[in-house]
Write a protein that binds this ligand. Sequence first.
Ligand SMILES: Cc1cc2nc3c(=O)[nH]c(=O)nc-3n(C[C@H](O)[C@H](O)[C@H](O)COP(=O)(O)O)c2cc1C
Length: 454
Amino acid sequence: MAKHWKIGLFQSMGLMGSWRMPESTSTAFLDLDHWLTMARRGEEEGADFFFLADDYGYPVVGDGIPASAVRAGVQFPKADVSALLPALAAVTDRMGLVTTLSTQVELPPMVARKLATLDNLTKGRVGWNIVTGAGQNASARLFGRELTEHDQRYAIADDHVDLTLKLWEGSWDDGAVVADREPGVYADPDRVREIEHEGPFFRSHGALSVPPGPQRTPVLFQAGASEPGRALAAKYAEGVFLAAEPAAMKAQIADIRRRAGENGRDPRSISCLIAGTFYVAETEDEARAIRERQRSMRTLEEAAASYAFYTGLDLSRMDPDKPLDPSAGLTQTGRTNVERYLGPNAPTVREILEEFQANSVMGAPYVGTPEQVVDAAQEVLEETDADGFLVQPDHAGDFDRFFDLVMPEMRRRGLIAPAGEPTTLRERLGGSGPHLDASHPGAAYRRATEPARA
Ligand SMILES: Cc1cc2nc3c(=O)[nH]c(=O)nc-3n(C[C@H](O)[C@H](O)[C@H](O)COP(=O)(O)O)c2cc1C
């Protein structure tokens, strides 16, 4: 039998695009109960993980935040998702919890310590979405720094992850924690050590002060599809999030798997997940009507603010009847959402704005009855060679309709796994054990044998 699809649930701690719709729950993003209810339900329904996107950035156009972005809540407000994780951990025990930390903002020992602590507290259910950060121009202003060039950010990310892996894998050997009260030995000093790192951007001679959790290294995810983004994914990621038209995703997935193979990794050990929204109702007409209502919620001005957040480019100042100037592809902010609109059949600026108004950074949504959307999802998965979906909240800002209507249909067709017993996130996603696969570069930092005590 074919592998089961992996299902992640996407959220960020802010407003969803259609928050003005009366049924939307996303204005409750600062209410803890809103999150606990959603997480409990996701776990009951058998979702594989809950994913929290995050970023310090927000839209900046010219010399400030566009009024349209503040008024309509476009990527602003946005609260800190790391405050939410322990609360979600307390009300779940099977679902993975994947969080986002930027390699531009958090230093490697901070990432290593926070996530090692959480991996213990969640019994091995944590994942790290490694990002260089989408809203770069805003976060450079906020932190009072120069904007770091795009490719340089990925070079920094590579060095960051290398050091972070050394801390997770190399500081504590298996069996280092003895916790024996009688002789008064908590840890065996021969099995705990400082690591050395002399990289192009980071230097460290130090030890992680937290004993490893069940996974040691949390499951590593990556989401930028630009060229250096894919190179980073092929080197380190165990899960990749993609959002584009099926033909583009097919090429991106093939490229990531090919490069992973060239890096000596098993190309199939990377779960490629398509980020997608399901607008679903009992009838196709009803689903289409919801979709139209949702589309009308965002103005073109707000779409321009959203595009500026992801790319640093202000479409509202460009000729609407011409395609993007190819030099746009050299933006020092995010590139994924510029590159997708360049090339032979490039759309005009107006068409890009309309596309962003309708779908933002996502590909076309799945709209229709439960049978229709699952048919379409099956087709896209087969075409792209992906492993599952990162489900985006629909017009209601949550997953209730996905749980009520879509998951039962997927389950009926045997496409998703039954809820199952608690396990680590890595094993839940198909890993043969709780730790990094032997072919992953991080595994080389683990001490295979125990040193003999003199
Ligand atoms: C499903 C999905 C989730 C993402 N989550 C985040 C996130 O939480 N934070 C972030 O800064 N970028 C996130 N990104 C990536 C950005 O859209 C952007 O591509 C990236 O940060 C900039 O890198 P690039 O130049 O490779 O595009 C996500 C992308 C996708 C497809």
